[in-house]
Design a protein around this ligand. Structure first.
Ligand SMILES: Nc1ncnc2c1ncn2[C@@H]1O[C@H](COP(=O)(O)OP(=O)(O)OP(=O)(O)O)[C@@H](O)[C@H]1O
Ligand SMILES: [Mg+2]
Length: 346
């Protein structure tokens, strides 16, 4: 099972391996808002016991039968930095260099975080000497955050085999292109995670503090509708022009234009710095379900735009395909976690 602990809802996906394929057994989502005295679709900041209570309800509703789980770590609670360091002669030496250097980039004592790092593979250049520098992706997560996640897992009587920063899970479930850079926009409730993936590695990442809840609040405050009514209107209309009443369209547009303008800056900055064009953009997260969002996004970027379809990597009954394709973006993190779980089983 993959478990995505988002700020607005929990999502679970249970997969089973059959031959070489991943079979979808069940999936489900449960909003956290009502557990915090608020509305569905709004971001929350709940303690572990409240999240565990929601999780127990979700596991029951979704008929989850396994207790073996991989869990997401929010990008907003982690630190990812790409740095260039001297190349060492041995892996042991490299480890020492990375651990010493990491201190410079982590704003808290190293003892307070879990540290991990990856060496970015050099582009294949036959006959050329290796450069004296290596690019290293340094990843740190605060111990407090891991403790919270562990308490949630324990509170729902599950057994976790790994924790993974959500963007790595999403890459596994939605990014096809390995070689050319792809930009992913995970539009969540409270924030949009923007990152560029090249050679399967996160080459750049950025957080935009805007998401689906801002759209709903805009509709609500501009029209004096309740949050619940605004949320329903948003999901019903999105950018589908023939249906959208003008008030909804304006409220939706002001949030997405901000998100896309800022993403465009990231896009251009990356292309100029890396001297490589970004080949495609993938829209994911609950905001990615917004009707006609890809059409609206086309006005901002000179690249192919796709809406994520993570369930396409799983086997499911044909009659479920349309609904899985529609809700897919919300489950990208959970599917990616479950896929890793299957890979780890070998
Ligand atoms: N059909 C839809 N149309 C428009 N927006 C939608 C639709 N379905 C869900 N959303 C919005 O997506 C948001 C939730 O997205 P998601 O589940 O990816 O967030 P999260 O993972 O809980 O949050 P975060 O990633 O920021 O922690 C909510 O604001 C919700 O209103
Ligand atoms: Mg999310």
């Amino acid at each position: 099972m993959g478990l995505d602990i988002g700020s607005s809802s929990l999502k679970v996906v249970q997969l089973r391996r059959q031959g070489g394929t991943a079979v979808l057994e069940t999936y489900g989502e449960l909003a956290l808002g009502p557990y915090a005295g608020g509305e569905a679709g709004q971001a929350t900041n709940l303690p572990a016991d409240k999240i565990a209570e929601n999780l127990r309800d979700l596991l029951r509703e979704a008929n989850v039968t396994t207790i073996d789980v991989g869990v997401s770590i929010p990008f907003s609670r982690s630190l990812l930095t790409l740095v260039e360091l001297p190349r060492a002669k041995t892996p042991e030496e490299q480890k020492t260099i990375v651990e010493l250097e990491a201190r410079k980039y982590i704003p808290v004592p190293v003892s307070e975080v879990q540290l991990d790092w990856f060496i970015i593979p050099d582009p294949i250049s036959e006959g050329k000497e290796l450069s004296p520098k290596v690019k290293v992706l340094i990843v740190a997560v605060h111990n407090d955050e891991l403790k919270l996640l562990q308490n949630v897992v324990q509170g729902a009587s599950l057994e976790s085999s790994f924790y993974e920063i959500e963007i790595f899970s999403t890459i596994r479930s939605v990014v096809d292109e390995i070689v050319k850079p792809v930009m992913v926009l995970d539009i969540g409730a409270s924030a949009t995670k923007v990152y560029v993936v090249e050679h399967g590695v996160v080459a750049f990442s950025h957080n935009i503090p805007r998401g689906g809840q801002d759209v709903t609040r805009n509709i609500s405050s501009s029209q004096g509708f309740s949050i619940a009514k605004a949320e329903t209107l948003k999901k019903e209309h999105g950018f589908s022009t023939q249906l959208a009443p003008p008030y909804a369209r304006e409220s939706i547009e002001s949030v997405f234009s901000h998100i896309f303008e800022e993403s465009k800056r990231v896009f251009t900055q990356y292309e100029v710095g890396a001297r490589t064009p970004i080949s495609a953009i993938v829209l994911t997260g609950g905001g990615g379900v917004t009707k006609e969002l890809a059409t609206y996004a086309k006005g901002f970027f000179a690249a192919d735009i796709h809406v994520a379809d993570p369930f396409a990597r799983t086997q499911a009954p044909a009659f479920m395909r349309p609904v899985l394709a529609e809700i897919g973006p919300e489950f990208a993190v959970a599917v990616g976690l479950a896929l890793r779980k299957l890979e780890d089983l070998g």
